[in-house]
Design a protein around this ligand. Structure first.
Ligand code: PLP
Length: 439
């Protein structure tokens, strides 16, 4: 039962007005949602900046050379990227289209890291020509494609190797990436990582700068980071001795958890930073390695709390003795996480904040799937049709994974700043939906 604690998972500066309405940045969210329509995604600029600053400070207080890189896949919107660039963040991109988004935001690409397990030749060419700072090479086939592209264009490119350390971060199986049985990364354990390093070091065009791994997401434990860093640094030391490979740069990826539920126990950025930076320093001493330049790639933990989704309730279906379904005007089309990862969220009726919770309901979407459930068996003040319901901590991997299922239109997103709002993504129209059909 979240009670008033629920405000702690809404954006910073969330409050309840005297008439029981949710407000963020002094804006009455019910009034805003009524004006703009639902489903509506609302992002708070202050929360984004504050969180980015906190990550930056946590790591740079503990490590001299560190770059925070926002994982765009969590949500890549031009306005958001511009704000994060102002805060000094770089970008982790995973497609040619995300490279184009960074370009559309008119940002320099030198702090951009290009990831992906199956980058195409044309994406690699796009990245090289655009001047992407680092290509994070995921496999040997990609290294060969990159070599061809660089020879043809007569360019050089600095790269990191995404290694697979074989460490289980104990998160959802579908979001686990750093184990041996994964499509991502070059396994250390099979000898593949050594082979690719040797091959890259022979190239005149490829400049190996260091190692990267990403274990999965969200990771609530600290020990997987410690273990995986130990494996990566031990490997780096062996590669130095065997081949003269110098790990000038290192990244333990992202995956830092953020609170979806009031009861979630999430390490603070400072705690992640302590663990990662101390482990790197200790290993550099024991293995006689130079301290590498560090980059980290938070996505979810930067944007999740900053965003909320607001829906309008519709049909309420009571099945006596079984369940009450409260359907809303969005669902898996704008947030597929509960359906594919079994993700859990809290919810609030935003014109009745603080009212006693008297009814356990299941909040279902409007899409034509039984699995289209946003929140299961949740205690609320008994909801009525046609009222506003918000789901906090909706900023990450919701709109980013939105679809047009059932020919639905993706929602509008607005950004709040100092008591005002601006639209940062317009609601799709039926013309948007139909324009790709060729008759
Ligand atoms: C390589 C890489 N870095 C960073 C991230 C971001 O993870 P999170 O949003 O959990 O911080 C991901 C997520 O898939 C990733 O694949």
């Amino acid at each position: 039962m979240p009670g008033s604690d629920i405000l702690n998972i809404f954006p910073i500066g969330s409050n309840v007005t005297s008439n029981g309405h949710l407000s963020i940045s002094n804006i009455d969210i019910a009034e805003l949602a009524t004006e703009r329509g639902t489903p509506l995604y609302i992002f708070d600029e202050n929360t984004i900046r504050t969180t980015a600053k906190r990550f930056k400070k946590a790591f740079s207080d503990r490590y001299s050379d560190v770059q925070i890189v926002y994982a765009c896949k969590a949500w890549s919107n031009v306005a958001i990227l511009q704000i994060l660039a102002e805060e000094g963040l770089g970008f982790d991109v995973v497609s040619g289209e995300e490279i184009s988004t960074v370009e559309a935001a008119e940002l320099n690409l030198d702090k951009t890291f290009f990831h992906g397990n199956n980058k195409s030749r044309s994406e690699l060419l796009q990245a090289v020509v655009a001047g992407v700072g680092r290509i994070v090479v995921d496999n040997s086939y990609e290294l060969d494609l990159l070599e061809e592209v660089l020879q043809e264009t007569n360019r050089t490119q600095e790269i990191l190797f995404r290694v697979s350390p074989g460490v289980d971060p104990h998160t959802h199986q579908k979001t686990t990436t750093g184990v041996l049985d994964s499509k991502f990364g070059i396994p250390i354990e099979t000898g593949e990582a050594e082979k690719i390093i040797v091959k890259a070091m022979e190239s005149d065009h490829i400049i190996p700068k260091g190692l990267h791994f990403h274990l999965g997401s969200p990771i609530f434990e600290l020990s997987p980071y410690k273990k995986a860093i130990e494996i990566a640094f031990d490997f780096a030391s062996k590669m130095k001795q065997a081949h003269g490979f110098i790990m000038e740069e290192f990244s333990p990826g992202g995956g830092f958890a953020s609170k979806y539920l009031v009861s979630d126990q999430v390490p603070d950025p400072e705690v992640y930073a302590d663990t990662i930076c101390n482990q790197i320093r200790d290993l550099c001493v024991s293995l006689d390695l130079e301290l590498p330049k560090l980059s980290i790639e938070p996505g979810r933990s930067i944007i999740s709390r900053a965003g909320i989704a607001v829906y309008r309730t519709g049909v309420i279906k009571e099945i006596p003795g079984i369940r009450t379904y409260v359907s809303v005007d969005g669902g898996m089309g704008d947030n597929i996480r509960p359906a594919i990862y079994d993700s859990k969220y809290e919810a609030a009726l935003i014109t009745r904040m603080g009212e006693e919770e008297t009814k356990i309901v299941t909040i279902s979407g409007k899409y034509c799937e039984s699995g289209d459930i946003l929140v299961k068996d949740y205690n609320l003040p008994a909801p009525h049709p046609n009222e506003l319901l918000a789901i906090p901590a909706s900023g990450a991997y919701s709109l980013a994974m939105a679809s047009n299922y059932n020919s639905s239109r993706k929602p509008e997103a607005v950004l709040l700043k100092e008591g005002a709002f601006r639209v940062i993504r317009r609601r799709e129209t039926i013309e948007d939906i139909l324009k790709f059909d060729v008759v």
